[in-house]
Design a protein around this ligand. Structure first.
Ligand code: UDX
Length: 439
């Protein structure tokens, strides 16, 4: 099939290259010419394990190209909309200008029988509105919503082997036509027996925001338990293990620590609350305000804990921060809890040095007032405290004995409950973590 993908960020670029693997002929369109140039040269504009290889093989097949001109999308049977929906400045609501612009730009190339398939995370009601626009301007063209659930760090795997396919379709025969097109796009995935949920536009839009809200709630639940553990001397990691053995609860997404950040969870729960308010159903989601508040409190608690271990004052204390990305295996620093904490520490007078295996270039560009170091050893030189804030495998694997040689004081704060407490304490470190007793 001929397919176009509008918007080549994390979602779109991975989607475009993956669709080639499914056998299709794909053009990726993005307004950013630099990004288009990089992608056409098989260079990933962001860090995502496995993506550059996939991009290279897909380009080499001759069935993938990237363009800054939407006219190149003409003649595609399906046009995927993969642009961002960031939080509006000063508001909780999602900014839909890129989605609107993408769909409007497609109107000039769209032909009857072709399908616009939205993948961006949008407030419920957006698809119905866009469907009217599309059908009004190009009679016979179709619009479906087909949310994407990929996790950064696992984007390729999640795109090629999703847990489920969700199709939000128009009613009647148009819905049947749209479904047939999507089934053709995803034929190998459908043939592999992947569960499908075929539904209306509104449900499909809500599936995505509901899923992310549930995940955020799960993380904040365990972080609320961490607050209680701190008040009582109980251990939140053992608590999570114990409740996680109940398969109705499950252990995944119960890792207590610094909480969630990134380009999705924080803004999606806020946009969901804003939309509920517009719909007169705000009470249904007021609990998400608490989820957000618990999450943000963890960052403050981390700063307090750092001050505590630095003998009550951060002034002039040398603090090493391991991790800048919002999570491991990503160079994404959007709403990064690690950088938030690093900046707070610096504002309170600490001499902070941040390191990260992949996110240093982005961090330097976005946070020019922070100091950065290329290696954990450099960041921790003569440090009064070391904070693990993003649990990269290389930080989990640090040898506490050798690492102890570079610091001034062997004090480690494990913001992700990721280090081997016994090994670090055995090497003479004082170990502190969120939701656990001092070690
Ligand atoms: C999320 C959803 O998982 C994905 O399905 C959706 O498509 C996009 O949003 P992503 O933002 O890539 O994906 O990251 P995710 O792995 O969900 O982690 C989000 C944040 O939660 C990270 O900051 C992570 O460190 C934190 N987290 C995750 C925890 O604090 N504890 C956990 O147990 C799990």
């Amino acid at each position: 099939m001929k397919i176009s993908v509008i918007g080549c960020g994390y979602l779109g670029a991975v989607h475009a290259a993956s669709m080639v693997q499914l056998g299709h002929d794909v053009v990726g369109v993005d307004v950013d010419e630099r990004r288009v140039g990089l992608l056409n040269r098989a260079r990933a504009p962001f860090y995502e394990p496995g993506f550059e290889d996939l991009l290279g093989t897909s380009l080499a097949s001759g069935r993938l190209r990237f363009s800054a001109d939407v006219a190149d999308a003409a003649g595609s049977a399906v046009h995927f909309v993969c642009v961002g929906t960031p939080q509006k400045r000063g508001e909780y609501a999602a900014d839909l200008r890129y989605v609107q612009a993408a769909v409007e730009s497609l109107l000039s190339v769209l032909a009857p029988g072709e399908l616009v398939a939205g993948k961006s995370t949008v407030p419920v009601g957006t698809a119905a509105r866009l469907a009217e626009l599309v059908e009004g301007k190009v009679p016979g063209a179709l619009l479906a919503w087909n949310p994407e659930f990929l996790r950064e760090g696992f984007a390729v795997q999640d795109t090629l082997h999703p847990d489920r396919l969700v199709y939000g379709l128009p009613a009647g025969p148009d819905g049947e036509r749209a479904r047939a097109l999507l089934d053709e796009v995803y034929a190998p995935i459908v043939a592999a027996g992947t569960p499908q949920v075929v539904t209306d536009h509104a449900t499909a839009e809500m599936v995505k925001t509901a899923a992310n809200s549930f995940l955020a709630t799960k993380i904040s639940f365990i972080n609320a338990m961490a607050e209680l553990c701190e008040a009582t001397g109980a251990d939140v990691t053992q608590l999570a293990d114990a409740i996680g053995h109940d398969d109705r609860i499950g252990r995944k997404f119960l890792n207590a620590g610094l909480g969630f950040g990134g380009g999705c969870l924080p803004k999606d729960i806020r946009a969901f609350m804003a939309r509920a308010g517009e719909l007169g159903a705000d009470q249904a989601l007021t609990f998400l305000r608490e989820v957000d508040a618990i999450n943000m409190r963890r960052r403050i608690r981390m700063v307090d804990l750092a001050r505590e271990v630095c003998d009550g004052s951060l002034l002039g204390k040398r603090v090493a921060v391991l991790g800048a990305a919002f999570k491991p295996d990503s160079d994404d620093i959007r709403d990064s809890p690690a950088l938030n904490v690093a900046a707070q520490l610096q504002l309170q007078g600490a001499v902070v040095r941040v390191t990260d295996p992949a996110a240093l270039a982005n961090s330097r560009a976005e946070w020019p007032h922070l100091d950065f170091a290329d290696t954990p050893e450099e960041a921790a030189e003569r440090a009064d405290a070391v904070l693990l804030l993003t649990e990269w495998q290389q930080y989990r694997d640090l040898d506490p004995v050798a690492f102890g040689e570079v610091v001034a004081r062997k004090r480690v704060l494990d913001g992700r409950n990721a280090l081997d407490r016994e090994a670090w304490t055995a090497a003479g470190w004082s170990y502190r973590a969120l939701g656990r007793r001092a070690g």
